[in-house]
Design a protein around this ligand. Structure first.
Ligand code: AMP
Length: 158
């Protein structure tokens, strides 16, 4: 192996600036997509997650029981990024649409997070995120919990 490839050179100022702007652009794209989804989505129509539940499209499923399904996010934001959903959406397009009849499934989802985090070996901690509505950058209108871990996460989020 060439010595130069063992000691990669530090990033140039131009590369650092360019990386910064690509992160800013990605965040702006997510916000634009979330706002468009909130405006244009018929919230009562099935989402891509229904197709995953019905196994009509592939997903890397990491956990499943009679009520919930968890699969790896297609665009992971951390070494472990799992999306956990109720199999039956039952009106839960987003957390803010929940009502008292959803208390059981909401508790079931939260306990499933713990089971999945154990299974994924997230012994040093992890984060659970629910994006709600356009300001929360929600893009899929089927309630879901993001389980993120496997690296040091920063706080506060953007
Ligand atoms: P949110 O922006 O909170 O609505 O999150 C939706 C998440 O679903 C995003 O992190 C996407 O990357 C993820 N996602 C969308 N389609 C798929 C898919 N087919 N398989 C796995 N994850 C997906």
């Amino acid at each position: 192996m060439a010595l130069a490839s063992m000691f990669p050179r530090p990033a140039t100022a131009l590369e650092v600036v360019s990386r910064f702007f690509s992160v800013v652009k990605a965040k702006a794209d997510e916000e634009t997509a979330a706002k468009a989804a909130a405006r244009t989505t018929d919230k009562s129509s099935p989402t891509i997650f229904d197709k995953i539940v019905k196994k009509e499209i592939p997903a890397t499923i990491v956990y499943e029981d009679e009520k919930v399904l968890a699969f790896r996010d297609i665009n992971p934001q951390a070494p472990v990024h799992v999306v956990l959903i109720p199999k039956d959406r039952d009106g839960l397009t987003q957390l803010s649409k929940s009502d008292p009849r959803h208390k059981d499934i909401l508790g079931h989802l939260l306990y499933s997070v713990k089971v999945i985090a154990d299974q994924e070996g997230l012994t040093d901690g992890y984060r659970v995120v629910i994006n709600d509505g356009p300001n929360g950058c929600q893009s899929v209108y089927h309630l879901h919990l993001h389980i993120l871990g496997g690296r040091q996460l920063k706080w506060p989020p953007g």
